[in-house]
Design a protein around this ligand. Structure first.
Ligand SMILES: [Zn+2]
Length: 167
């Protein structure tokens, strides 16, 4: 291989690496001067962009720690509303994974272990644990959703939540 071809190929290679890194960084939304969160929507009902994602109006506003958990803060550039990961419903910042989380909760409520659930869904047991913890925090909301699908009486459901919380 001549030197010219070699340097040409390595420049392409470097470009590819940089391209991927930028992709990953913007996906994670952690770096860059103005990270945009394309999967987060403004929670302000009177905002033009209320509930809409991918409009470019949501930017990161730092993070804080709540109950030992990192909370990401956002600001809507359109209406100026400041909000965070925990604003709104249980599923608020987890919208994409909603069906997967539902599955995990159903399996947990049917008595499967966290390890088994993690195995089935291809995620880690701590992730399952985190979902269950958050679901247990807002179990009334989640109950409504799940009870439509599962044939579990409310009384029994409450008992199962108590068990999950104790684990
Ligand atoms: Zn807004």
């Amino acid at each position: 291989m001549t030197n010219e071809i070699y340097s040409f190929l390595s420049s392409i290679f470097i470009e590819l690496i940089l391209y991927n890194i930028n992709d990953i960084i913007s996906f994670m939304g952690k770096r860059g001067p103005k990270p945009q969160f394309t999967d987060v929507a403004c929670p302000n009902h009177s905002c033009k962009y209320y509930g809409l994602t991918g409009e470019g109006n949501i930017v990161g506003n730092g993070t804080s720690v709540s109950r030992g958990e990192k909370v990401r803060k956002y600001i809507c550039r359109h209406c100026g509303t400041v909000f965070n990961d925990h604003t709104g419903t249980f599923y608020y910042d987890l919208r994409k994974e909603e069906s997967v989380i539902d599955l995990a909760l159903k399996m947990a409520l049917k008595g499967m272990s966290e390890e088994a659930i993690a195995d089935v869904l291809g995620i880690t047991p701590p992730t399952v644990r985190r979902w269950l913890d958050r679901a247990a925090e807002s179990c009334d909301k989640v109950n409504e959703n799940l009870m439509k699908d599962l044939d579990v009486p409310k009384i029994e459901m409450d008992e199962i939540w108590v068990i999950i919380k104790k684990k």
